[in-house]
Every structure is written in C-alpha cells, then in structure tokens.
Design a protein around this ligand. Structure first.
Ligand code: SF4
Length: 497
C-alpha cells in the first residue's frame, strides 16, 4: 500500500508522541485515507486509528492525546489503499500500525510497500494461526515476522527470513514487545526510509522521507540500504546488512511525483531533480519549446519542472494555474470515482493569462489521463490556442506491484496508446515525455539502482515479472483484468502464477 511511516524513541524516558505526530503530519502527502499512531509504555501498546488526514491537534486536547498515547517509543502510519477492500470499514481494519501477539510474544509494525506473493503467504498464515484474518498485506508482514519469532528465532533471523520470503516492496518500522525500535527495507530498497536523531542525541527516529525529520528539528543520518536492519539504541543506530549484494531498485516515481520536493534522496533535494527534468524536456523537444509563449504547471508536482523549463527555454513561467489551498487531496491517490471531480475543484485557471497563448504545461505523469484531460479542457475554455504537455515521468506502460495504485494494464492510458494517441484522447496538441535516459541521469542514480518497471516492463522481483508478463499476453488479446493483478488469485485471472 502507498503509505508514509514514522517512528521514534526517546532514551530519556520522555513522551515521544509529539515527535511521532509531527513526523506523520509531514508525510500526509503519502496517504490520506487513514492515519494511525501506536506507542509503547511498560510492556503495553497503545494505539489510535482513524480515517482521513492526520488531524490538527487543539492545544486544549494535548493532555488527552498524551494520556491516550503514553510512552517513549512510538510509530505511525498514513495510508492509501493498494491492497484490500476500499469501503470505510475495510480501510479502518487495514489502518496501521498493526499489532499482533502469539505465545506471549508481541509486535507492532508500520509498513510502506506492497506484497506480491500474497496467496502463498496467506495459506502459510492460515496454517499457523487458526483465527488469522487478512484485511490487507500489512497483516501478512506482521504475522510473518511474528511466526518466525514464535518459532524461536531472534529479531535479526526473523527479519532475514521475512526479507527472503516476501516478494515485493516493504519499508518497515516496528516495536518489539520488550521495547526495541527497529526498521528494515526489502532487499531491493524500493520504498524510501531514512534515519536521524535529535541534536541532544536523546531521540532517534525513522521516517519515509527526510521531511519527517526536518519538521522535528532532527538531523538526517542516512537512508537505509536495501536488505538492511537497523536498531535504535542509546548509543546510536546499530546497522546490520542481512542480505548481501542486493539489487537496489529505488522507485523512480518517487522523484517525479510521490515524494515531497523538499525531501532528500541520494544526496539531492527532490525539487532540484524535478527542475532538471524540466530542463531535460526542453533539450529533447527544442522545436516545441520555440513554438510556445508561456509555461505553466499543474500544481504542485509540476511547479519545479516548470522552473526548469523556464530556465532552459527563457519562456515566462506564468502562474496561471492555482491550487485551492484547502482542497488538499492528491488526485492520483484518490479512488477512481473521486478523482475527476477533485482535480476539477482543486485547480483553477487564471483565464486572462492563457487566452490567445500557446502554452507548455508541465505535469509529473500521465497515468489514466483523466486528470490531465480536465486541465486541458479548462485551458481550452480559457482560450489557450495550443497546449503542449511536458511530462517528466516517461510513458507508463505497465502496472506497479509495489505500492503505487496503478495495478492493472487496463487502467493505464500508456499501456494501450502511444504519445500521439494519448495527445488526441486528452486533447493536447503534443505530449512530450522526458526520456528514460535523462530521467535516470537527473536522479544521480544508475539505471541498475532504480525500479522503473512501470516504464520499462522490467520488474525487480521475480513473481511480479511473471505476473506482469502473463497478464500482458492476455491483455493484448482483449482480456479485461479483474481488479489488482496481484490480489486476484491466478485462477480468477485465468493465468498461472
Ligand atoms: S513500478 Fe513504477 S511506481 Fe512502482 S515502484 Fe517501480 S518505478 Fe515505482
């Protein structure tokens, strides 16, 4: 599931709730269907979960929150669903952090990612836990760890077994029943997760993005390595590489869309990379750039590339598309029926700025094409004479199995249509995608350090590759997928995996 995770421990026995609260608020862009906090005190877990955005806390209610969530260790999670059902009750059931207990062993985890081999894991859990109920893949993650601990393994061995057994993406922060805060990443490191500490070295924290540390005034120490387990101790972080020579595959879509622009990946701010994306597209499409009067962006992930386009082309960056400040939903991570109306309400066009103009619009990606179509319709209505789309993430041709909700070929406009056809469908004069080579270069990573499965068709984990290949064969012959490829059993999808 698409999620943001945060966790912290204070070694001076001070309440950690406020750090965990602010860390999570900084990551609300990673999921807004639900949120949850869990703290640990004297061997007990305390939790609070609810739907929607992380709430604002009234000063008058702070004491109530501190009483409800006591203790010096805490983890938290914001979620949007890429696994499990999407009715309110199911979203609440799937809200993290999760807790589990067996034979007196307790565990709590907050997880970001998506598990692909759900069917065999489900069977394994049902075999070992008689009352096992699975609302989504986070139940599988926590119970797999619990099973290994119950079988007598230590934390390190349990995590290693989980790393080798789970196919997919998982960045996990957890608390053991004896009060150890730990974090680990899958052997490909698909999802972000970093570590940092307070200036007095009393508090240590893990966060999906560095903005969760910044908001707390913490220093960022490092990004976890793929296949690495890290424990927080009063002397600092204890790092253990559990899987040797992992094939790094960090999600390239984080750079284009998902992460906040003020987060740091690979030693660079995300906004710097997005500016470079904009400069790259101008270099790749010089004739189109010369044929435009202004550049504008789809706020907010298009803003930084627009700056790059402005710098490279000399075109004025006209702030002609404005976002309603309090319509905070991210259209991409909304459910299908909410998406169209939200983008319509969220973005307003300043008509006088675009009337009679040839416009370049910078956009992070085109997934289904519906939100881009709405923007273009608005621009045309306002009198734009040409609309050229500059899209920083290359054409998405295949589903994501790792926690971004584009989970079938059928929902992706780019799986069925080339650039020209896409332009026609969404009403643009031209759609100009950044090339994969330039995207890679701008991130500062090599192509072997990134996951780009949805734009190349090459998946870093074996089962995802098998599922994608088999479903693609059927899809091009007219088969309509039944929901998320990785969730429906192979029989219901009519293929073998
Ligand atoms: S398939 Fe695409 S969206 Fe999914 S993890 Fe890989 S790069 Fe990211």
């Amino acid at each position: 599931m698409g999620c943001g995770v945060f966790g912290a421990i204070n070694f001076d026995n001070q309440s950690v709730f406020s750090h965990v609260y602010w860390g999570l608020r900084a990551e609300n862009h990673r999921g807004h269907q639900s949120h949850g906090f869990l703290t640990f005190k004297d061997g007990e877990f305390y939790s609070y979960k609810n739907l929607d955005l992380v709430p604002k806390l009234k000063t008058s209610a702070i004491q109530e929150w501190l009483t409800r969530l006591p203790g010096n260790i805490g983890i938290a999670n914001v979620r949007y669903t890429t696994s499990g059902k999407i009715d309110d009750q199911s979203i609440v059931q799937g809200t993290q952090p999760m807790m589990a207990e067996a034979n007196g062993i307790k565990l709590a985890v907050s997880f970001n990612g998506n598990i692909v081999n759900t069917q065999p894991l489900l069977r394994e859990m049902q075999e070992h836990f008689s009352n096992f109920i699975c609302s989504c893949d986070s139940d599988l993650v926590i119970n797999k760890l619990l099973l290994e601990l119950k079988n007598g393994k230590g934390l390190e061995e349990a995590v290693k077994t989980a790393m080798l057994s789970l196919d997919g993406a998982f960045s996990v922060i957890g608390i053991t029943g004896d009060g150890v805060l730990f974090a680990f990443k899958d052997p490909h490191g698909i999802k972000p997760l970093c570590a940092g500490h307070s200036h007095d070295c009393k508090t240590y924290a893990f966060s999906s993005e560095s903005v969760g540390l910044d908001i707390n005034g913490f220093e960022r120490d490092f990004e976890l390595e793929p296949g690495e387990l890290v424990l927080a101790s009063k002397d600092g972080f204890k790092r253990q590489q559990l899987i040797e020579n992992p094939r790094k595959a960090f999600c390239a879509f984080e750079f284009a869309y998902f992460a906040r622009p003020d987060s740091i990946f690979n030693g660079k701010y995300v906004y710097e990379i997005r500016e470079e994306f904009g400069r790259n597209i101008v270099k790749e499409f010089p004739e189109i750039s010369k044929d435009a009067d202004i550049v504008l962006s789809v706020p907010e992930t298009g803003d930084d590339p627009a700056m790059g386009v402005h710098e490279a082309s000399g075109l004025r960056w006209e702030r002609a598309s404005r976002r309603h400040r309090y319509v905070t939903e991210r259209a991409f991570i909304l459910l299908n029926n909410e998406r169209y109306s939200t983008i319509d309400r969220k973005v307003n066009i300043l008509g006088s700025k675009v009337a009679g103009k040839r416009v370049i619009v910078t956009e992070d990606s085109i997934v289904r094409g519906d939100t881009t179509k709405v923007i273009i319709e608005k621009l045309r209505k306002s009198g734009a004479t040409k609309v050229y789309m500059f899209v920083t993430f290359p054409r998405i041709i295949g589903p994501c199995f790792y926690g971004i909700d584009m989970s079938s070929y059928g929902q992706l406009i780019g799986s069925r249509h080339d650039e020209k056809e896409i332009a026609k469908i969404i009403g643009a004069d031209t759609v100009c995608y950044q090339s994969i080579e330039n995207l890679v270069k701008a991130t500062g990573c090599t192509k072997n350090e990134l996951c780009m499965a949805c734009i190349t068709g090459k998946y870093p984990t074996p089962l995802a590759q098998k599922m994608a290949d088999e479903m693609k064969k059927k899809f091009i012959h007219g088969y309509q997928e039944k929901g998320r490829i990785y969730e429906a059993g192979s029989e219901s999808q009519g293929v073998q995996w």
